[in-house]
Design a protein around this ligand. Sequence first.
Ligand SMILES: *Cc1c(COP(=O)(O)O)cnc(C)c1O
Length: 471
Amino acid sequence: MDDKRKELLKGLPKIDEVIGLLEKKGIDAKASREIVLTTCRDVVQKLRDSILAVQDKQLPALSTDAASAARNVEAIIDDLYHYKLKRLVNATGVILHTNLGRAPLCPEALNRIIDVARGYSNLEFDLERGERGLRYDHVSRLICALTGAEDALIVNNNAAAVLLTLNTLADRKEAIVSRGELIEIGGEFRIPDVMTKSNSILREVGTTNRTRLADYEKAIGPNTGVILKVHTSNYRIVGFTEEAELPPLVALGKHHGIPVFDDLGSGCLIDLAAHGLQHEPTVRDVLASGVDVVTFSGDKLLGGPQAGIIVGNKDIVARIKKNPLNRALRIDKFTLAALEATLMHYLTPEDAPRKLRSLKALTEPLRDVKKRARKLINKLKRTNIPDLTFELREDVAAAGGGSLPTENIPTIVVTIKHAKVPSSRMEAKLRHAAVPIIVRVDEDQILLDMRTVAEDEFGFVEDALRQISAN
Ligand SMILES: *Cc1c(COP(=O)(O)O)cnc(C)c1O
């Protein structure tokens, strides 16, 4: 090691010295002694690592004095007070964006969360009888009314619902599933892996593109636990394809006394075709075909909080409720409160797309999207922020969240160009705004997809654009 580095290492600030400086600045009002101490040690250790690692010419640039170290420690502690999970504006046009929190909640759901969580609640208390109750009971009647199911149960998310249902029906038994439905949803959710974890044995049948009823029939044996159908949410097999229809599959299951389980993924409660989207069988349709148990998400097409909803025949749902694994996957009170309010909007199905933002974004007529785009452009033009030009053009949005993968939803984007700031820098700057704006980049301009931007978010867009021009 050269002398210069040795000297710098010897001169590293002492921890006590840094703490002394911080105490003078009143650090103990911001963090405990343990936090201050560990942060000081980290900062000094990092400095030591840098002295050893940087190139010779960078050495003089290192600030190795106690005052700089104290400033660093203070900045790190101050940063702990900044919320990292924050609201943002989704201008990507991906409506159920899994990375951006999927479905925004409706105002009623938000109010219910505050109301229920502020104090105590009857989460597991039966007010009629004055004794212990079940948390699912608050929403199961609503779910049954909306789907025609005999009973319902809710867990943390649909991945949990699938795991729990498989474990209940096919622990150490075979689950028969078509090869074309062995899908990966993303984020580590692969059907074969979930099966392994549920302790069920995968029995693949058919081929990637064609699976017939006879393939299922041949696979049935003494160790069959369940026949599983999986909605191929995020992809489609097209061309020379065949899959077994539900009614004959159900008949096959009944004949052999084997339950049929359909993992619907998105699980739609209303007829999307009535709103100009492609037809998806509703949960009610699927149950009406005689399927024993169906699972779907709360925060995909349903437009509510993250949850996994299990519906079906009451004997099977009763078995699932009793599975000890259920306790580990149970839904919390915030989610339950939000789900109840969300589901109520479906009692009059024509209301749901007006009340639930994600459904509205999916079904809103293009002319309304265009109107909003014009409003935004007019508002932005009035701000007179220099160097910006705005235009409006047609484009395509996507449902996201593995829902309706082949649906190209027509949309309107506002294109924004800055005379001096390249589009990639603009994208990054908007992402760093106080309320971040997440956009698409298209060569030399950025695109704000108006299908996912609401009018009450225009102010955030304006503020973020001002910040770009200000520095
Ligand atoms: C999305 C999806 C899941 C997982 O649901 P989460 O709510 O994300 O846990 C499982 N199965 C299918 C078919 C899906 O589309």
